[in-house]
Design a binder for this molecule. Structure first.
Ligand code: ADP
Ligand code: MG
Length: 304
């Protein structure tokens, strides 16, 4: 086991951010840590990395207890915190040198820097100031600082949040590559991220673990994410007619002619909606499909 979390509770004043959380991550696994905002993901990751202490409970990384002064624990762990805090005034190489000097790895600093710059695709940007980099490259610097000491366990908190689709693909590629030889726990609120990268998923809600499953089993637990479509017609239509469209499961009227439809199945519901409009002599003013993310799934689970 690379990570063992045993009965961890975290209180912020009166508020219980984590409530007796236990789970384990096997060596070599890539685990997705999912949950809506405020679920406790970042708090759990800060505790695993020894950034903040638990109120009670215990975390072991490669058999070593986290939260003690043992410098060996820090060497085992690479951590990319949420929002990737960096020093914008520092140069990329300068910053990575600064991070490398924290760890006593025995490898010359220059070698560590050169290697990680290559691994994370930072060669063209290595002489620039961090503040002048694009968000995608800044995220690479974040990954570089997490990987520079070659840790066996990597903790990534929302590594792709805020990136554009191309940058997301690039960062996921780097994570997957790193995952070939490391144990990785990554938090996300994007279901597709889990599909793309992870072997297993742990879901947390309100500080409590609500699911811990192999990826292949997860949809049987939380049902497939639904399609959510917002459609506006030019005139009034009966709700029951919309509800009768194939695969439509829920119909909500947002205002006069604006509707929110939920549908199940893999077949895109939009062509059926257009046919429906034509058959009922309606004009479609707007039609938008929303990505169904984990928060939607959670809403469906809690509100039915
Ligand atoms: P997530 O990363 O899943 O969005 P967090 O771990 O950041 O969740 O937060 C869990 C809960 O703990 C939230 O209700 C949040 O408001 C609260 N919280 C997080 N950090 C602090 C803090 N430093 N002080 C007080 N409350 C906090
Ligand atoms: Mg968070």
């Amino acid at each position: 086991m690379s990570i063992v979390v045993q009965g961890v509770t975290k209180l912020y004043g009166e508020q219980k951010a984590l409530d007796n959380v236990s789970f384990q991550v096997k060596t070599g696994e890539i685990v997705g840590f999912l949950g809506p905002n405020g679920a406790g993901k970042s708090t759990m990751m800060k505790i695993i990395t020894g950034f903040i202490p638990a109120s009670s409970g215990q975390v072991l990384v490669n058999g070593l207890e986290v939260g003690t002064d043992n410098p060996e624990v820090k060497k085992q762990i690479g951590y990319l915190p949420e929002n990737n805090p960096l020093y914008p005034e520092m140069y990329v190489r300068e910053y990575l040198g600064f991070v490398a000097s924290i760890y006593n790895t025995g490898t010359p600093k220059k070698k560590l820097i050169d290697n990680i710059i290559e691994v994370t695709g930072l060669i063209p940007e290595q002489k620039k100031k961090i503040g002048s980099l694009s968000k995608g490259y800044r995220q690479r610097v974040g990954l570089a600082q997490a990987l520079i000491h070659n840790p066996s366990v990597l903790i990534l908190d929302e590594a792709t949040t805020g990136l554009d689709p191309n940058q997301i693909v690039e960062i996921r590629k780097l994570i997957k590559e790193a995952g070939k030889e490391k144990t990785i726990m990554l938090s996300t609120h994007i279901m597709q991220e889990v599909e793309a990268i992870c072997d297993r998923v742990i879901i947390i809600d309100k500080g409590v673990i609500v699911a811990n499953e192999e990826k292949s089993n997860i949809y049987s637990i939380i049902r497939r994410p639904k399609q959510i479509v917002q459609v506006e017609f030019d005139k009034d239509i009966k709700e029951s007619l919309l509800a009768a469209i194939a695969n439509v499961t829920t119909v909500k009227q947002i205002k006069n002619n604006l509707w929110l439809l939920e549908a199940e199945g893999d077949e895109d519901i939009r062509p059926a909606l257009f046919s429906f409009a034509v058959n009922n002599n309606l004009t479609v003013f707007s039609l938008q499909k929303q990505e169904s993310n984990l928060e939607d799934v959670f809403r469906h689970l809690t509100n039915g």
